[in-house]
Design a protein around this ligand. Structure first.
Ligand code: OAD
Length: 255
């Protein structure tokens, strides 16, 4: 057995025995849907911009036109994308667990809504979503149609500027999602991190919270990350290849 086969075998055993599986996803799971990962996103039109300086309340206050153009460009990309085999495999894992009386919690840093569209039921969006926008004057939210805004920065019917309902650097994560994460990480017995560079906290620390609760931990990422050494098992493969294999091995095909 090669080391990679051994890792797949260990991860399968962990999943097959688990009663509560928590999965954390990052941009890598949507890469195979054609959505660029965060650290790969500033190409073409946007190559001269730094995401860390666009994804902040200060950038929006300084230049709402540039920031909303960038987010609208990404919003349309997310709406045009389709869930891939990785997203679908997580749905199979969730359904497989529920069928045998287990629990499944999906914590995502992604704002693209592809997990919902794939059919995942228990999803918590830690960084909000790009498909919903919020009026900065009233806090009211709306889902804009799948076409570009007509003016930049877009203005809401309630009078304020519209901004994407995502979490920017320096902003609080939504309390309900954080609460759900804290609760899940206390009770899980299998934690799997998929397609995240583990560079941004608090999500980067979830593996430690899960391990402190006695959970087994699995990382799925074709590249090593700063957190790799803190996982019990690392699967060095694309989510679209590794997750369907894990789902089929742990829950049987046709889940
Ligand atoms: P990153 O862009 O930092 O990392 C994407 C990760 O996905 C990398 O580690 C890649 O190796 C991996 N990857 C690429 N293709 C993959 C595939 N097919 N299957 C599995 N993994 C793959 O994205 P995130 O970790 O999600 O926050 O970034 C975390 C947060 O930082 C984002 O939510 C965003 C960003 O700045 C905010 O905007 C607040």
């Amino acid at each position: 057995m090669t080391p990679a086969e051994r890792d797949m075998e260990r991860a399968t055993r962990m999943l097959a025995r688990a009663k509560h599986v928590v999965v954390l996803t990052g941009a890598g799971i949507s890469a195979e849907s054609g959505i660029r990962t965060f650290r790969d996103t500033m190409r073409g039109l946007w190559k001269d911009f730094d995401p860390a300086t666009l994804a902040t309340p200060e950038a929006f206050a300084r230049d709402p036109e540039v920031v909303t153009r960038w987010y609208d460009h990404r919003r349309l990309g997310c709406l045009a994308a389709e869930p891939n085999a990785g997203h679908t495999a997580l749905v199979a894992i969730e359904r497989g667990l529920i069928r045998r009386g287990g629990r499944f919690t999906l914590l995502t840093q992604n704002v693209d809504r592809l997990h919902h569209r794939a059919g995942s039921a228990n999803v918590h969006e830690l960084h909000g979503t790009i498909v919903v926008w919020r009026c900065t004057a009233t806090g009211n939210e709306l889902e804009p149609p799948p076409s570009p805004f007509r003016e930049f920065p877009p203005r809401s019917a309630w009078g304020g500027l519209l901004r994407p309902a995502v979490v920017w650097f320096g902003e609080m994560l939504p309390i309900p999602a954080l609460d759900a994460a804290a609760r899940a990480l206390r009770t899980c017995d299998c934690f799997m991190s998929v397609g995240t560079s583990s560079a941004v906290y608090p999500a980067a620390g979830f593996v430690d919270l899960a391990a402190a609760s006695g959970s087994g931990t699995i990382e799925v990422n074709p590249q090593e990350t700063p957190a790799s050494g803190r996982f019990d098992v690392s699967i060095r493969a694309r989510a679209g290849a590794a997750l369907p294999e894990l789902a089929a091995r742990a829950f049987g095909t046709g889940t």
